[in-house]
Design a protein around this ligand. Structure first.
Ligand code: ADP
Ligand code: ADP
Length: 228
């Protein structure tokens, strides 16, 4: 079933830049979709609209929850991972992961257990008391994935999450992400300008072009690489 549906969307920024033109895209539950294209083709804009950040100029973005069309924030649970880990440097790893739960005013033993599970999932259960600066770039990125997943979102949106990392760390994190996606049944939309990364990770590659930003092709990927 669909999780999010982008229909006939144009996005024109205030300065007149046409960032997206007539975009159609449906993401179904359990899919790993990549948005692939050169700089400026509107990948981040599309991802942000899917997150409900900012308004469309034309068309609509619809979210589904348990078969119902959801309007507005209610029932929609999504998480965003940015290129930089954006951790609070003054707070220990555990506190960083807890942030979204604090914002939702969730506490108690069940909450602590969810933080443990999130840290365990990304292999950092021994690092809860560390400060971000004590961790490698890849480990910091894994903290930000744990922080995104601690609320158990039904859609994970990732904007070039590993773009700032060296190639070996990036390859390792790609494998980690693939493993987590398979094990946990996540639905992921992943922005990248790497053909290799898009093909390696996704079920479906959405190819975009610039000026104006638009979808030019959708390529299903038939597990070309051994997954797992
Ligand atoms: P990508 O993520 O593929 O690099 P973006 O979505 O960031 O593309 O940008 C698409 C186009 O919209 C680019 O031309 C960019 O300069 C422009 N753009 C992005 N954000 C803004 C903004 N806030 N105001 C004006 N133009 C923007
Ligand atoms: P990443 O690829 O996540 O950045 P690295 O392989 O670069 O991780 O690790 C940097 C350092 O941190 C290495 O010395 C590595 O042994 C250590 N390290 C990374 N993850 C863990 C972990 N889960 N447990 C213990 N040490 C770790």
């Amino acid at each position: 079933r669909p999780i999010v549906d982008v229909h006939g969307v144009d996005k024109v920024y205030n300065n007149g830049t046409v960032a997206l033109k007539d975009v159609e895209l449906t993401v179904k539950e359990g899919e790993f979709v990549s948005l692939l294209g050169p700089s400026g083709c509107g990948k981040s804009t599309l991802l942000r609209l899917m997150a409900g950040l900012g308004d469309v100029t034309r068309g609509e973005v619809k979210w589904w929850e348990q078969g119902y069309d959801v309007v507005g924030q209610k029932g929609r649970k999504l998480a965003f991972v940015f290129q930089n880990a954006t951790l609070m440097p003054w707070a220990r790893v555990r506190k960083n992961v807890r942030l979204p739960l604090d914002l939702n005013k969730e506490k108690g033993p069940e909450t602590e257990q969810r933080i443990d599970q999130a840290l365990e999932m990304v292999g950092l259960n021994k690092f809860g008391d560390a400060y971000p600066r004590e961790l490698s770039g890849g480990m910091q990125m894994r903290v930000s994935i744990a922080r995104a997943m601690v609320t158990e979102p039904n859609l994970l949106l990732m904007d070039e999450p590993f773009g700032a990392l060296d190639e070996m760390t990036r390859n390792k994190l790609n494998d980690d992400l693939l493993r987590l996606w398979k094990a946990n049944g996540w639905t992921v939309v992943f922005v990248t300008h790497s053909v290799y990364e898009a093909v390696y990770l996704s079920n479906r590659v959405v190819v975009m072009a610039a000026r104006p930003g638009r979808v030019i092709e959708e390529v299903p990927i038939e597990a070309p690489y051994p997954r797992g």
